[in-house]
Design a protein around this ligand. Structure first.
Ligand code: GLC
Length: 724
């Protein structure tokens, strides 16, 4: 960790500004030939080489070429030499900015040490439908929070010397026909919900690369969408780096290169060795320049953006050669993954304080625990995680890694139980009879259940990326019901990408949403079950029956990618995604956005808010009213001034995770900047921060538990803050 910190310090002190990088890049590019520029923008090897994306060297310029590698959960195809991190949805559930940054920094170092120029992550797409296949690769339903998570991960990655590639710009929020669909998004929602996390990535984290999406937006494919790529991303937002395509999502040269795409990944027209060098781009770019289809300046700009991002990242000298197989599976990374896994556990139910299992808490004199379910057992690992057999550490697709190991829950719990003199019996399958017979003899039964999802190029148990439904897999509901029928002290641990149906909710005493925790999964859940870690995870999404959400994925027949035939996804819910929809329709969710219990309790008081030049300064006091230390996440929601019409009742706009000893009270400050205080005005065609009217400030522990409320004028206050 010391090395990472040193690197971070060094990189922060040495980090170039975009202006400085621009000067160096212009100088470096000055004598490039068009052929060399074209080789910079056109992927080679077509994903048949070591890296999933690669760019040719330019020997004359002593340029070693470029390597792009997945993904948001760590280095892909590293043959077990890299850390197999948790899913992004777990990192999000910690609601811990520092931890998010540390994960980004640790991941970034693993990419950089391998000579990988571009890490293909994070994804900041929005969870608008819980069945959508890749929700676990991003950070939930709220654009402000998704942006906050993306910013910390990007900062961490880039401070470690690799380029973060924020993706997928924009509206790739479901898998069905991702390459032959149009996300039809109203302008205000396009900006405030779907573009906004990218806006933050550019403005707050200086992201050095962006990946476009497969889908169309309002009828025009992202890769051909000049308005989005050039006018919005590069123009209005001022993004200085390159835009690379998602893999094989480019089907032409005129419209894509002309629209502002800068890198064709992985370069070929389609998958396969026959398409190495057979690209829609390559020499066709020169042909288009010769025909005047687009100007020379377009090629100059694309090459400049690539080189500018490399100077900005400090990669133009002393960058390691590509070697995917160096061992970076350090003890620090294992410990960090284990911590994130534990801190991302969301304790949904804990009746009679059945948890934690510990001497202090062992009123029930637990002597024997039954561990039930195949999801507690060692994982069978398939390519790109394309199976769910044994405990589930991650979903499937390009955002996966080659696991060196997976610590299974049964082994970890058995090991830990020994310290408490507790016996463990188990039924390591999903057989209902076996499960019940095992549970009946125990003081406590813990049932491990799962569901999975992933990318559309793999179908697992009938799910082509998107989940067919929100039910647990492998008869999980029946297994829980059978165990709960014979043991009144039943707890359920869920490994899943997001919400699942909970027909057994009132039949069990404890429920933990454990997400997809990565390689240390068994240790993480054991830490929480035995109280070595007090759970502090919170839901980054609303949990409800499928039909209560404002929208859903479709299961249309598969269409050819990039064509005129498209599945239409009408984002009619507009701004009202997630909790905003449930508030507007007054629907009671199963568990609200932000929900998460602790083994202790917290009280919130003393809310105050002052509007200053730079934004809104909110303070409140958080007290740990229980008898053990724990981490609270006070959350701030705002209602905007009434003149902002057709707007969500409340929007999530601030949080600060804070550890408190038993009985300790702390005054917490939560700052909300002017961008977060703004709405997108479609007339003005820009974000506008109200100068009149009042905001209503709510504070509490989740979207439906906001006991504190105050109002604050949108005008700058005369009152000064008494400094904390
Ligand atoms: C995939 C994904 C993208 C990934 C890329 C390279 O199809 O959409 O997230 O980075 O291709 O594997």
């Amino acid at each position: 960790m010391k090395f990472i910190l040193a690197l971070i310090f060094l990189s922060k002190t040495l980090a170039m500004t975009w202006e400085e990088a621009d000067l160096k890049a212009r100088e470096w590019c000055a004598d490039l030939t068009n052929e060399e520029k074209i080789s910079l923008v056109t992927g080679r090897e077509n994903m048949t080489g070591v890296c999933v994306g690669s760019i040719d060297p330019i020997e004359r310029k002593d340029f070693a070429g470029l390597c792009m590698q997945d993904g948001p959960a760590g280095v892909r195809f590293a043959n077990g030499t890299a850390t197999s991190w948790q899913a992004s949805i777990n990192t999000a559930a910690t609601f811990d900015r520092d931890l998010l940054y540390k994960v980004g920094a640790a991941q970034g170092k693993e990419f950089r040490d391998r000579g990988i120029n571009y890490a293909l992550g994070p994804s900041v797409n929005i969870l608008r439908a819980p069945a959508s296949g890749r929700i676990w690769e991003a950070y939930g339903e709220d654009p402000f929070f998704v942006g906050e998570c993306g910013v910390q991960i990007i900062k961490g990655m880039q401070d470690s010397g690799t380029i973060a590639t924020v993706k997928h710009f924009v509206g790739n929020d479901q898998e069905n026909n991702r390459g032959a669909s149009s996300s039809n998004i109203p302008e205000q929602a396009l900006w405030e919900v779907y573009i906004d996390p990218f806006y933050r990535a550019v403005k707050d984290a200086e992201v050095h690369a962006v990946m476009s999406s497969y889908n169309a937006i309002n009828g025009t494919y992202s890769v051909q969408n000049k308005k989005l790529l050039t006018d919005y991303l590069k123009g209005k937002i001022g993004y200085q780096g390159p835009v690379m395509s998602d893999w094989w999502s480019i089907y032409d040269v005129e419209k894509s290169f002309g629209a502002g795409m800068d890198i064709n990944m992985p370069g070929g027209k389609a998958w396969g060795p026959d398409y190495i060098g057979n690209s829609y781009w390559g020499e066709h770019i020169q042909e288009c320049i010769d025909k005047g289809i687009f100007p020379q300046e377009r090629l100059d700009d694309a090459a400049l953006r690539i080189i500018r991002s490399l100077f900005k990242a400090g990669q133009m000298e002393n960058f390691p050669k590509v070697n995917l197989y160096i061992d970076t599976l350090t003890e620090e990374n294992k410990a960090l993954n284990r911590k994130v896994g534990a801190d991302s556990n969301v304790l949904l139910k804990n009746d009679d304080s059945i948890l934690p299992i510990s001497k202090e808490n062992n009123k029930k004199k637990i002597k024997k625990i039954a561990i039930i379910g195949k999801d507690a057992m060692p994982s069978k690992l398939c390519n790109d995680m394309g199976c769910a057999d044994g405990t589930l550490p991650l979903g499937w697709g390009s955002g996966t890694t080659d696991f060196k190991y997976v610590i299974d829950p049964l082994s970890a719990i058995t090991e830990r139980a020994k310290k408490e003199g507790i016996k463990v019996v188990s039924s390591g399958n999903d057989n209902i009879i076996s499960g019940a017979l095992t549970a009946i003899k125990a003081d406590l039964a813990i049932v491990f259940v799962q569901a999975s999802s992933g990318e559309e190029y793999i179908t697992v148990e009938g799910n082509k990326g998107d989940r067919q439904n929100l039910d647990l897999w492998h008869h999980g509901n029946d297994l829980v019901k059978a165990v709960a029928a014979v043991n009144k002290n039943t707890i359920v641990v869920i490994h899943a990408p997001g919400p699942v149906n909970l027909p057994f909710k009132n039949k069990v005493k404890g429920i933990i949403f454990a997400g997809m925790p990565g390689q240390e999964t068994g240790n993480s859940i054991a830490d929480v079950l035995f109280g070595d870690v007090n759970p502090s995870g919170h839901l980054p999404f609303t949990w409800a029956p499928r039909e209560d959400y404002p929208t859903d994925v479709k299961y249309d027949e598969t269409l050819p990618g990039g064509g005129e035939q498209k599945t239409q996804y009408d984002y009619d819910e507009g701004l009202f995604i997630g909790y905003r929809w449930f508030d507007k329709k007054n629907i009671e969710p199963t568990y609200p956005f932000g929900y998460g219990l602790s083994y202790t309790t917290f009280n919130y008081s003393g809310l105050d808010a002052i509007m200053e030049e730079d934004g809104l300064h909110v303070t409140l006091t958080v007290t740990n009213t229980g008898d053990i230390a724990g981490a609270a996440v006070p959350m701030i929601f705002l209602s905007f001034p009434e003149f902002v019409k057709d707007y969500p009742i409340r929007l999530f706009k601030g949080f600060n995770k804070t550890i408190l000893e038993a009985g300790e009270a702390k005054e917490i400050e939560i700052f909300i900047d002017n961008h977060a205080l703004s709405y997108y005005d479609v007339e003005v065609k820009d974000y506008v921060k109200p100068k009149e009217g009042e905001y209503v400030v709510y504070a509490g522990s989740n979207a439906r538990d906001l006991p504190l409320k105050t109002t604050v004028s949108a005008a700058i206050s005369k009152k000064r803050r008494n400094h904390l």
